[in-house]
Design a binder for this molecule. Structure first.
Ligand SMILES: [Fe+2]
Length: 510
């Protein structure tokens, strides 16, 4: 797809800024016939070369062109009753329970007792269908519905949810678990002698030795029906295994993205190990790891975080720490205020003072996760899309402090934050460089390449058409990247209204 508007803008700005005289001789004024002389020919060639140079390097890292995948959305049939979702819920109820937030399975056995805890954000049809399927399987399902914290579906809300995650208000836990903290819902399940607690849509859980804990991450019917809930368990396990084995060979990692991210870091041998660090949410930086010489450097840029969209932000990073932030609108301002406030606070386990530590580069691995249609009306509506295969989310702040130890004690004694803020990349390219210098394209313009591995395709073929099963259910439309338009002018300067207006209305390929 040719990006006509962008090229036109580049042309206009190039003339206006660099060659003001030319503005009146050919572009905005009436064209005038002039004889071609050798001097004018060289002058024109110089202008063309300058334009080509400006277009290739002068506009941040936004890549224009047609080589990014076209928008795609799940085609959801009209659903009015929980019974319409029963086929999906039945698969979930039978699927093995492994405690992986990214890939729930409830493994209900006859006679069991299940407690489902949801917030007012969850669509009623989803939890009612799950409860029906549990009862069908010969078990009992009790339901607790609580009020979620009152937030808007926009990126500027992120500090309210993610500044204090496991200390303080724990708003992120309350958002997904009926207004309660994870400790409170765990207590409720314990006191009620339940076999399984179904609650939450992300984040680590406290240990629960007497019952299993599985998530209910779908807030909307369209995301529930998009395919992850019915995705074959063995296939998801094979994708995570294959991806992790490749990732663990990396000694150097570079991530680029058309929204402006370009960041790289080195990885020492044997850092990752064979145990998958967070299936469905592969950690390309093990949490809490900075290395003896932190060397992650570059720019992390984007317009989406876990609470919604925000004006384009550029987070400049050196030695894993934020050097400065550009843009981001209110989100950027809120983030900068936190950095300023805690610039001399030194959290244990971190290489130096400050709140701006890049400690999470997490990769989604399921092709069927995605963005709800009504995302801008839904607090944390963008949180589910980070699970889509090839989507990267960066976590920058203080690394997780759930376990008891010096970090947790410090946070509790000082009353300082224990959270982090996010930036998502939906079209990243991640290159892994191995010990021997081999370069592996691990993610290619948002496509997790192991999905095209012959062994994964062969396994997928045992369940259904591998092309369909391994195809992403959702790819967002972004002007200047995969649809026509100017990335900054039409989208990134103010992405929230654009997504509300156009997010699921752009022509989808299929
Ligand atoms: Fe994460």
């Amino acid at each position: 797809m040719k990006n006509i508007k962008n090229i036109d803008n580049g042309f206009r700005r190039c003339y206006s800024y660099s060659y003001p005289a030319a503005r009146h001789s050919g572009y905005e004024g009436k064209p005038k016939a002039r004889p071609i002389t050798e001097e004018s020919m060289w002058r024109n060639l110089t202008i063309v070369f300058a334009m080509v140079f400006w277009l290739s390097v002068g506009k941040d890292a936004v890549v224009h062109g047609s080589d990014y995948p076209a928008p795609r959305y799940p085609q959801t049939p009209k659903v009015q009753r929980p019974e319409d979702l029963l086929d999906v819920a039945r698969v979930l109820v039978k699927r093995p329970s492994t405690g992986q937030g990214a890939f729930p399975g409830y493994a209900i056995k006859p006679g069991e007792r299940a407690l489902i805890v949801v917030s007012t954000l969850h669509d009623r049809l989803i939890y009612e269908a799950i409860a029906m399927a549990i009862r069908e399987a010969g078990a009992r399902a009790d339901l607790f519905i609580g009020q979620a914290p009152d937030l808007k579906g926009e990126g500027a809300e992120e500090p309210k949810l993610f500044l204090y995650m496991y200390a303080g208000d724990k708003n992120i836990e309350r958002m997904s678990a009926g207004g309660l903290t994870f400790d409170q819902v765990a207590k409720m399940a314990e006191l009620g002698d339940y076999d399984i607690l179904i609650a939450g849509f992300g984040g680590p859980k406290p240990p629960t030795p007497h019952f299993r804990w599985e998530e209910i991450p779908w807030l909307t019917v369209d995301t529930f029906m998009a395919g992850l809930a019915t995705f074959p368990f063995e296939l998801q396990a094979a994708i995570d295994r294959k991806a992790w084995d490749l990732l663990s060979r990396a000694r150097r990692i570079r991530v680029t993205d058309p929204e402006g991210t370009d960041v790289s870091w080195t990885v020492p041998p044997n850092l990752f190990g064979s145990k998958i660090n967070n299936p469905g949410h592969l950690m390309a930086i093990p949490d809490g790891y900075f290395g003896e010489k932190p060397n992650l450097a570059g720019v992390i840029a984007g317009t989406i975080n876990h609470t919604g969209a925000f004006p384009h932000i550029k987070v400049h990073v050196k030695s894993n720490r934020i050097e400065r932030i550009e843009g981001g609108g209110s989100y950027g301002e809120g983030w900068q205020a936190v950095l300023k406030k805690y610039e001399s606070t030194h959290w244990p386990g971190h290489p130096g003072p400050g709140f701006g530590w890049v400690h999470e580069c997490a990769i989604g691995t399921n092709p069927k996760a995605g963005r709800p249609v009504n995302v801008t009306q839904l607090p944390t509506g963008t949180v589910w899309e980070r699970r889509r295969s090839g989507v990267i989310h960066w976590g920058i702040g203080v690394h997780l402090s759930l376990e008891r130890g010096p970090l947790r004690s410090f946070i509790e004694e000082k009353g300082v934050p224990d959270g982090h803020f996010h930036v998502h990349n939906n079209f990243p390219t991640m290159i892994l460089e191995t010990e021997g210098g081999e370069k592996i394209t691990f993610i290619d313009k948002g496509r997790l390449t192991v999905l095209d591995d012959p062994s994964i395709r062969d396994l997928a073929a045992r369940f259904s058409d591998p092309d369909q099963l391994l195809k992403e259910a959702w790819i967002p439309p972004v002007p200047g990247i995969n649809i026509e338009g100017d990335y900054f002018k039409d989208y990134a300067t103010s992405p929230l209204p654009w997504i509300a207006r156009e997010g699921h209305k752009q022509p989808a390929k299929d």
